[in-house]
Design a protein around this ligand. Structure first.
Ligand SMILES: [Zn+2]
Length: 431
């Protein structure tokens, strides 16, 4: 989907719905605006339920100040106008009060933007604007000052966040990523000390092999391939809704019986992916006209080493990632289901992930279906897509329980003998 072909009023409805559905605003909080090419500001209205917004609710504020629409414009119009005035390069402004960023705003601290490379790339800098009364010219001034210093993301003291971008999709991606990392840091601090990435780590992540593959033109699409594309889209959409994916990150692949595989595309909005956006990869070549996810080489290697694996998922579920950004061990010996599905989850260092992909590919197997990459992602495999997806959900749910348990008592893990009994009862193969 190309956002530039969608009317500003429809874009505002679409993104407000997405923000509301993900619990990142309340019915009364938050406002979005887009400046069109004539200099008019399209903005969400004041006092209308954000959960049921439609295109007729959107207000247009003309460049000469006249207002058209059924409602009054958002009371925060002054700071939206201040941002556009200060930065003619920005065409979309997003403001909301999402819970994790509000936590940072009420302790007047910025979240650490260096826990994951994907966060640093999307959100390189965040400034803090001094508190002022909502809707006031003074608040507009304080926020405008931060934008004037070429920063596109501002945390408002005791209030929320304001993000500017060249379009609403980019603003939304930054917003979602920022709230994600704020949440990640809060969860990580409950179980340990978050570890920030350094310059060297960023250098390692600059791979672009996914863009250099040769093309092939598929002669036909088998029923097996069409079923794989359909099932992947169903689970990708579900993953996005459940927070296992963000709009731009998360990679799924499914192997077909001829040895080729279908993988998610690079850099496309996960919420609107369609069957034909997925990329087929065959003998080191990619389907013509498409770019596969950056992790395509690792997927290829894991399939090559493990004939029984038919699906690989690489994702960033926030509770599991809290373990990946701290030194706290993730031990799934909590309930039988967790151990049976996940077994011993290997920890892969950030450096190894980029430099030793053959060893990593070799590690996976029936007794070792899942791994955690420090400051990067979790990887789960399965004999089927559904089995791999189940493992991913179980990993996130287990991590969630362990983090919550820390607040109420000491965790009692299933003992060595009890694990042996489980292995026998469920015919689990040894490592
Ligand atoms: Zn506000």
């Amino acid at each position: 989907m190309n956002i530039n072909y969608i009317h500003p009023a429809d874009q505002l409805v679409m993104f407000m719905q997405r923000i509301y559905d993900k619990g990142m605003t309340t019915t009364s909080g938050g406002n979005l605006s887009i400046m069109d090419e004539d200099g008019n500001i399209w903005i969400t209205p004041a006092g209308v339920d954000k959960g049921t917004l439609n295109r007729n609710d959107i207000v247009c504020v003309k460049a000469d100040g006249t207002v058209t629409g059924m409602h009054r414009p958002s009371s925060e119009l002054p700071f939206h106008a201040a941002v556009y005035k200060m930065r003619p390069d920005l065409k979309a402004v997003l403001h909301a009060h999402p819970p994790a960023l509000v936590s940072f705003s009420i302790v007047r601290k910025s979240p650490d933007l260096n826990l994951l490379t994907s966060v640093q790339k999307m959100c390189p800098e965040l400034k803090i604007a001094t508190y002022a009364v909502p809707g006031s010219e003074k608040l507009g001034e304080n926020i405008g000052k931060c934008f004037a210093e070429n920063c596109d993301m501002v945390l408002l003291e005791n209030h929320g966040v304001c993000i500017g971008a060249k379009d609403m999709y980019t603003a939304f991606q930054r917003f979602e990523t920022l709230e994600y990392t704020a949440n990640l840091e809060i969860l990580a601090k409950r179980i340990g000390t978050p570890r920030a990435l350094d310059e060297h780590a960023y250098m390692l992540s600059q791979t672009n092999n996914h863009t250099k593959m040769d093309d092939f033109i598929p002669s036909s699409h088998s029923v097996e391939e069409l079923a794989a594309r359909r099932d992947m889209i169903t689970l990708i959409r579900r993953s996005y809704k459940q927070g296992l994916f963000t709009a731009s990150h998360g990679t799924y692949s499914v192997r077909l019986s001829d040895g080729s595989f279908i993988i998610t595309p690079f850099g496309q909005d996960r919420a609107y992916l369609e069957e034909d956006d997925l990329v087929r990869v065959k003998a080191g070549m990619k389907e013509m006209g498409k770019i596969p996810s950056r992790a395509v080489t690792l997927h290829d290697k894991i399939y090559a080493y493990n004939p029984e694996i038919s699906a690989i998922l690489l994702a960033h579920p926030v509770h599991a990632m809290a373990f990946a950004v701290t030194d706290t061990k993730f031990d799934p010996r909590t309930i039988p289901e967790s151990y049976i599905l996940l077994r011993d989850v290997k920890r892969i260092s950030y450096e190894e992930y980029y430099s030793q992909q053959d060893q990593i590919a070799e590690y996976f197997g029936e007794a070792t279906p899942a791994a955690m990459v420090e400051n990067n992602c979790v990887i789960v495999t399965g004999n089927t897509l559904l089995q791999a997806f189940d493992r991913l959900e179980v990993m996130e749910s287990t991590a969630h329980s362990i983090i919550n348990a820390a607040a109420i008592g000491d965790i009692v893990h299933i003992s060595k003998e009890e694990v042996d009994d489980l292995k026998e009862a469920f015919h689990l193969v040894d490592e």
